[in-house]
Design a protein around this ligand. Structure first.
Ligand SMILES: Cc1cc2nc3c(=O)[nH]c(=O)nc-3n(C[C@H](O)[C@H](O)[C@H](O)COP(=O)(O)OP(=O)(O)OC[C@H]3O[C@@H](n4cnc5c(N)ncnc54)[C@H](O)[C@@H]3O)c2cc1C
Length: 503
């Protein structure tokens, strides 16, 4: 994927997509698959907004059942299954447990009904079978769990994914289908004709400062929590459409359980997760109203204390110590404005057109991104509707390579089979492209650090094929190294050194 900005000014596009999070990437991918000429413009790195700050679940959202959002849950369960089938190397089934205590707001019978209904709504898209759990079974799954008042629980299955890489897969696929995909290019304003219809965008290259105009017949804004900022540039009398809420996660050293836990908080009765994640535990999330610029979202001490206290209550044997936090991250849910408790606002998406002809995609869940993209295309480019791929054939890159084929490649490239499996779990069928980079330079087969299996060739691949512009893009989103416990900092130093050596 080459960052060729000159292609943006050569012709007028059928579609300009503003924002390279999951929704923008998927819309660009699907529109390009239908034969449209597409420009995808992202002001930072792809997925740098909410789409790399999620809980990394493709889930029906069992908790939305208590809001009676059965249609959203059913749609999400279907989409979860489609993604699992399409991108199995990035989407994996994950068993969940909900322990129930005597004084919990949501009683055991409600949880039993919930998981039963969840499986019923899954229908043919089911990923596992729900279970009713005894206290002894829960304690076997998480030996440190608080047994005081524990009366039982339930088990069900959802899916875990790599949010930043799934977004990147969509960008890469869009590019391969002919879309012009450019990161670090900010849309600063809209270009209107004499009738105040939008015909293009004024952009600024964040890396060089260069400004230019890009023209398109249709515009879709998928700016996530930044949507209101763009609406303000678009309309003379704008009204805020979003109610962004902040969600914070911490990555805690060590795996608390190999099952994920959905827990009920005592402080505000919300639910939160403790999830096995890359050998550590992902604890989150919070859900609080947010009123500042999305550019400045940050983790506050109160967010960390909330999560540590709530996790500590359920796992009292674990000494939840601040020094064992590997990293923290905060994201903004781009929820469509509504009154009431933030965690009860619907996660449904909307596609709205403005008087100047721009389509805005707002709200939604990561899980339903394919359906959101389809809906946006049907609304903004109805003539493409008949060309959309059949929903259960959402083609990204395949997994590639049976076990036997991997063994042969391991011998051919003289690398351990484990390394090939690791590369396959990140790149799917493209892992061989990464290995090909090591031909003629066996140093690139070496690990860049002791904290992960990542090798030098991946840094080059990220820079040359995956459009990484900074070492941070690689650490955070291409390789997800900030989630790992690195005592030496060698991975950052190696990446910076390889990066500097490249043209
Ligand atoms: C804490 C948290 C946990 C979540 N967990 C889950 C989960 O487990 N499962 C799930 O299904 N959903 C989850 N979600 C929801 C999900 O992450 C979001 O719905 C989804 O990522 C939104 O994607 P997006 O593309 O709309 O927005 P974003 O990912 O925010 O993308 C918008 C992009 O637009 C770019 N942009 C903004 N302004 C401009 C401009 N002027 N020019 C060019 N580009 C611009 C931004 O840089 C950004 O990259 C979670 C959300 C949060 C906050």
């Amino acid at each position: 994927m080459i960052r060729d900005i000159s292609r943006l000014t050569k012709s007028k596009f059928d579609l300009i997509v503003v924002g390279g999070g999951i929704n923008g990437a998927a819309i660009a991918n699907l529109a390009a698959a239908c034969g449209a000429t597409v420009a995808l413009l992202e002001k930072g790195d792809f997925a740098q907004g909410t789409s790399s700050k999620s809980t990394k679940l493709l889930h029906g959202g069992i908790r939305y059942l208590e809001n009676f959002e059965f249609d959203l849950v059913h749609e999400s369960l279907r989409e979860r299954f489609i993604q699992w089938q399409s991108v199995p190397y990035l989407v994996k089934p994950l068993p969940f447990v909900i322990p129930v205590y005597k004084n919990d707001t949501r009683p055991l019978w409600m949880m039993k009904l919930g998981v039963w209904l969840y499986d019923l709504l899954s229908g043919k898209y089911r990923m596992g079978q729900h279970r009713f759990l005894q206290v002894s079974e829960i304690s076997a799954l998480a030996p440190g769990i608080n047994l005081d008042g524990l009366i039982g629980g339930v088990g069900y299955t959802d899916a875990q994914m790599d949010d930043a890489r799934l977004c990147l897969e969509n960008v890469l696929m869009a590019y391969n289908r002919g879309a012009v995909t450019v990161n670090y290019l900010e849309v600063e304003n809209f270009i209107k004709d004499n009738n105040q219809r939008t015909i293009g965008v004024k952009v600024r290259n964040s890396l060089s400062g260069q400004q230019m105009d890009v023209f398109g017949s249709k515009l879709i804004v998928t700016a996530g929590p930044w949507a209101d900022e763009l609406i303000q540039k678009d309309l003379p009398h704008p009204v805020d459409r979003l109610r962004p809420t902040k969600g914070v996660h911490i990555v805690y050293r060590g795996e608390i359980s190999s099952s994920a836990f959905l827990l009920q908080s005592r402080q505000d009765k919300r639910v939160f997760f403790v999830i096995p994640f890359k050998g550590n535990s992902l604890i989150g999330t919070t859900d609080t109203d947010y009123h500042e610029s999305p550019d400045h979202v940050r983790v506050d001490e109160a967010d960390i204390q909330y999560l540590l206290q709530e996790a500590g209550r359920v796992f009292p044997n674990i000494d939840f110590d601040r020094s064992k936090i590997i990293s923290t991250f905060a994201g903004l849910r781009p929820l469509v404005a509504d009154k009431g408790d933030p965690s009860r606002i619907s996660r449904k998406h909307v596609v709205e057109s403005s008087s100047s002809g721009i389509y805005y995609v707002m709200g939604g869940k990561y899980t339903t991104y394919r359906a959101i993209a389809e809906d946006a295309i049907i609304k903004a480019l109805p003539h493409l509707a008949s060309k959309l791929p059949y929903s259960r054939q959402y083609v990204l890159y395949g997994s590639g390579g049976s076990n036997e084929e991997l063994k042969i490649l391991s011998q051919r490239f003289e690398v351990p089979l484990d390394l090939i499996k690791y590369l396959q779990s990140i790149y799917g069928s493209r892992f061989e492209d990464v290995l090909n980079i090591t031909r003629g330079n066996s140093n690139l087969k070496q690990k860049i650090c002791s904290c992960s299996p990542a090798i030098g060739a991946q840094v080059i691949y990220a820079r040359e094929v995956e459009m990484a512009q900074t070492p941070e893009d690689i650490i955070e989103r291409r390789l997800g190294l900030s989630y790992l416990d690195c005592p030496t900092g060698d991975c950052r130093r190696s990446i910076e050194a390889i990066f500097k050596s490249l043209p």
